[in-house]
Design a protein around this ligand. Structure first.
Ligand code: GLN
Length: 261
């Protein structure tokens, strides 16, 4: 399974956030420690999205190569600074394509999104949910993967005016209803707030000094990291974090969706 990271706070360079820490996302790409049975390393690609100073719309860099092989990214990471970053390293689920566009972050407009996990029973288990999306959304998925479909489901809720937390919490709950053994750690930001779910996968959070850092695994040995319990919804700004169980009623937020056991 993949590993992902979200940061909100004072502008930092990408190398400091993603490459330099002792258990950085870079290290988690080849030596993760808490994969919970979901794969071994995260070598099928990576991506980073960041908001330039004052910008509402982020920039994305995605490649289907191991993070440790991309010297161009390492060089630009020392120069790019941002106060809002979402990044991920990928371990492709068996059968899913290894292409740039299957790497997180997915995004449209001001949003960046990542999924750590897999949809059990893909694709049949979520056909009913997918059918509710406009056909053009399905025809223009970034890639034929579970993560790209999850992004389309989340995006349609955001476009309808839902908050980040409501959108990812509802999609996680609905997919869990259709495919109960799925792993659904979702992560999203709009550059000002972020939201994340935990479903059968690891996540930790560190908050302090006007910054919040959320990552699949702690990036250093600081005692400030708090694990996020399973089946929880985290919402955060750069100065505050809220963690609650994923509300059960989120699965029923759309009464026209038929959920299978
Ligand atoms: N299942 C997704 C994919 O293959 C997510 C990756 C992961 O968490 N392993 O792209």
């Amino acid at each position: 399974m993949c590993r992902h990271l979200g940061y909100l706070g004072p502008p930092r360079d990408l190398a400091t956030l993603l490459l330099a820490p002792p258990h950085s996302l870079l290290r988690q790409s080849y030596a993760p420690v808490d994969m919970r049975g979901g794969g071994t390393i995260n070598a099928d690609g990576f991506g980073a999205g960041w908001y330039p100073d004052g910008a509402i719309t982020p920039i994305r860099y995605r490649r289907a190569v191991p993070l440790w092989t991309d010297a161009t990214f390492a060089a630009l990471a020392t120069e790019v600074r941002s106060g809002a970053v979402l990044a991920a390293v990928r371990s492709a689920t068996v059968g899913m394509p290894i292409v740039d566009t299957a790497c997180a972050p997915f995004g449209t407009g001001r949003w960046l999104f990542s999924h750590n996990g897999r949809i059990a029973g893909w694709p049949d288990s979520v056909a009913t949910l997918a059918r509710r999306l406009p056909v053009t959304d399905l025809l223009t998925l970034d890639a034929p993967t579970d993560s790209a479909l999850l992004w389309a489901l989340v995006r349609s809720r955001l476009a309808a005016g839902e908050t980040l937390g409501c959108a990812v919490g509802t999609v996680a709950a609905q997919v869990l209803g259709c495919a109960p053994s799925s792993r659904l750690n979702l992560l999203i930001t709009d550059g000002v707030t972020l939201a994340a779910t935990t479903v059968h996968h690891a996540l930790a959070v560190r908050v302090g000094d006007g910054a919040v850092l959320v990552c699949s695994e702690p990036t250093d040995d600081s005692s400030d990291w708090e694990p996020v319990a399973d089946r929880h919804l985290l919402t955060a700004t750069s100065s505050a974090v809220d963690v609650v169980p994923i509300p059960a009623d989120m699965a029923h937020a759309d009464p026209t969706v038929t959920e299978e056991p």
